[in-house]
Ligand binder design. Structure first.
Ligand code: ATP
Length: 370
């Protein structure tokens, strides 16, 4: 089965480490997103798999064939790795029609005229751009140009498609539309997609797996919802999700085998770990992660809060709550709004509040709150 394997991949530029001992496996047909803040090593990783950048150390396998090894000196050129590229500036050839832009690569490969025609028409249909086949790039909108670029990349039927921020030049509405198209194309082509973005929402909505990097180091490599609900550490919890997760600095104290008292100067909570049993010494510094949608404004709530501000968008309202001087972000679904300064009750009814060790910042448990 074609898949990609990175073993102990490190890339140094001079003394700076861009990618640090990365080990990941991308299965056939997956949609993997390399995600992380600017400079974390996403593009470098993508370019190393594609053969456009030489790793300092490690091995890369595509389809169980070693395409790079720092030990043996193997370094297969990009054109022999059966991969396709789609980059941010998807420069189309301006003097060629849409049809010709897509057909050009196939002509170079000496496909016969009839097969080229059938393939180009298939792609024009797949990307829903048949009616523009005779136009030049300058006569197309940004989104249409992007579709032509995708068709051109897909033309030779690459088993693996690399995409580096391909939607970042598009406006918000088009980007949304193209996300839908990319997801559909991924299923339709059955190819493996490796995608770079710094946009966590894009990664969440598109990928089958997110590879989250920070300063060249892998933080977590799991499906988006696992990353969201069970973040490996404080950084991951904070990077994924909008609005951001609430992180509360607390002191812990074991009450009994399966209950921990969490206290700070604003709140006293009882935490019941549900994933693993933990032992918390008295005074242990912990970080409690509460997703905004896991705070309920309800008359049955036991904690009093004051409405600090509201941002209603029709579908949902982001509410800032003041709990005895501590500001918490909460999301209420539906077209509801609250009066600023109004007193409400809040409760914690969800099942997966995440606890991090404040020193290591690692996830130590998921649990319930009361
Ligand atoms: P962005 O989202 O800003 O594109 P990125 O996560 O893709 O960032 P990379 O482009 O992979 O990050 O860069 C990782 C690190 O390696 C950065 O610190 C960058 O400055 C450095 N770097 C990348 N290419 C080179 C180069 N050719 N020479 C020296 N340093 C480089």
């Amino acid at each position: 089965m074609p898949h990609i394997r990175l073993e102990h991949i490190t890339k140094r530029f001079g003394k700076a480490v861009a990618v640090d001992d990365l080990n990941i496996e991308i299965k056939d047909g997956e949609f993997v997103t390399l995600l992380g803040p600017s400079g974390c090593g996403k593009t470098t990783t993508l370019r190393m798999i594609a053969g456009l950048e030489t790793p300092t150390e490690g091995e890369i396998y595509i389809d169980d064939r070693c395409v790079f090894s720092s030990k043996t000196g193997v370094d297969i050129s990009p054109d022999k790795r059966n991969v396709g590229f789609l980059f941010q500036n998807y420069a189309l050839w301006p003097h060629m029609t849409v049809y010709k832009n897509i057909a050009f690569g196939l002509e170079n490969l000496k496909w016969d005229r009839k097969t080229i025609d059938a393939r180009v028409n298939e792609l024009l249909e797949m990307l829903r751009i048949s009616e523009y086949h005779g136009r030049y790039p300058a006569e197309l909108s940004g989104g249409q140009q992007q579709r032509v670029a995708i068709a051109r990349t897909l033309a030779t039927g690459p088993k693996i498609l690399f995409m580096d921020e391909p939607l970042s030049n598009l406006d918000a509405k088009l980007r949304m539309e193209m996300r839908t198209e990319l997801k559909r194309l991924h299923v339709e082509t059955g190819s493996t997609f490796v995608y770079v973005t710094h946009d966590q929402l894009e990664a969440m909505t598109l990928s089958s797996k997110i590879c989250l990097l920070k300063e060249g180091l892998l933080q977590q490599y799991e499906p988006p919802l696992d990353v969201y609900h069970n973040p490996a550490n404080h950084f991951v919890a904070d990077f994924v999700g909008s609005p951001n997760i609430n992180i509360l600095e607390m002191e812990g104290e074991q009450v009994n085998l399966d209950e921990v008292k969490l206290t700070n100067k604003h709140l006293k909570l009882l935490y019941t770990p549900t994933t693993s049993s933990i032992t918390v010494p008295k005074g242990k510094k912990l970080l409690l992660g509460i997703r905004p949608e896991d705070i309920a404004i309800t008359d049955e709530g036991s904690i009093e809060a004051k409405i600090y501000s509201t941002l209603p968008s029709g579908m949902e309202t982001i509410v800032k709550l003041d709990v005895d001087g501590l500001l918490l972000t909460c999301v209420v679904f539906g077209g509801v709004d609250f009066e600023i300064g109004h007193l409400v009750k809040i409760g914690f009814n969800a099942k997966n509040y995440v606890l991090f060790d404040a020193d290591s910042e690692l996830n130590i448990a998921s649990g319930t709150l009361s």
